[in-house]
Design a binder for this molecule. Structure first.
Ligand code: 5GP
Length: 190
């Protein structure tokens, strides 16, 4: 997505440790016109895939997932970050390692909302090592739902998570794929 690459080039800030900050349009302040365009692009990519639900993890995936779900005309569901796992058996849960915080956290989703008949589209803001996305795949597996694929705003290919998931047979579409951020310059995959 051309516009995503332009936004990253003009507004993205490269931080130490391979972190890209996009607080001006995606992660804190949200450019709403651009958010709508992202939703439309994701819906174009997955329009014919029989999606019944869009699934993400709170908090930073929610806006993009909602925009995509609105365009696809389906509900958006977000997994919640929890201290405890499946205490009363009403949720599916798995543990995700946070790349940005360096810690593990449990994510849960209610059994009432993620259903065996669902065909889910997984959405997130960033794809780095792939832990968050693997967590969403695992929650879908526990529910018996079908994963149609993933739509990611920004994939950092140099961390390998996206290509590993593709090699495992999961369709991964990223609106921008960053090959490198070496020397303070963002290089996109062509
Ligand atoms: P992964 O689980 O693929 O290693 O990392 C993806 C998750 O970590 C995303 O949900 C995102 O919130 C966060 N993340 C990973 N890399 C970055 C980054 O460069 N910038 C920001 N803002 N978040 C990131």
């Amino acid at each position: 997505m051309q516009l995503m690459e332009e936004k990253i080039r003009t507004e993205g800030k490269i931080l130490p440790g391979g972190i890209l900050k996009v607080g001006s349009f995606l992660n804190q302040q949200i450019d709403t016109g651009f958010l709508r365009a992202m939703g439309r692009e994701i819906a174009r990519l997955y329009g014919g895939s029989g999606i019944t639900k869009v699934l993400t993890i709170e908090a930073s995936g929610i806006a993009i997932a909602a925009a995509a779900a609105m365009e696809l005309g389906v509900p958006m569901l977000f997994a919640k970050k929890h201290k405890t796992s499946n205490v009363d058996g009403t949720v599916y849960s798995t543990v995700v390692h946070s790349f940005t915080h360096g810690t593990d956290y449990t994510v849960v989703v209610s059994r009432d909302y993620l259903l065996p008949g669902d065909t889910v589209l997984l959405v997130d803001d960033f794809l780095a090592n792939g832990a968050a996305l693997r967590g969403l795949v695992e929650l879908s597996r526990q529910a018996g739902a079908t994963v149609a694929g993933a739509a990611i705003a920004i994939e950092k290919a140099f961390q390998g998570g996206g290509d590993a998931l593709r090699a495992a047979g999961i369709r991964v579409e990223s609106l921008a794929v960053i090959e490198s951020m070496d020397g303070g310059t963002v290089t996109f995959r062509r």
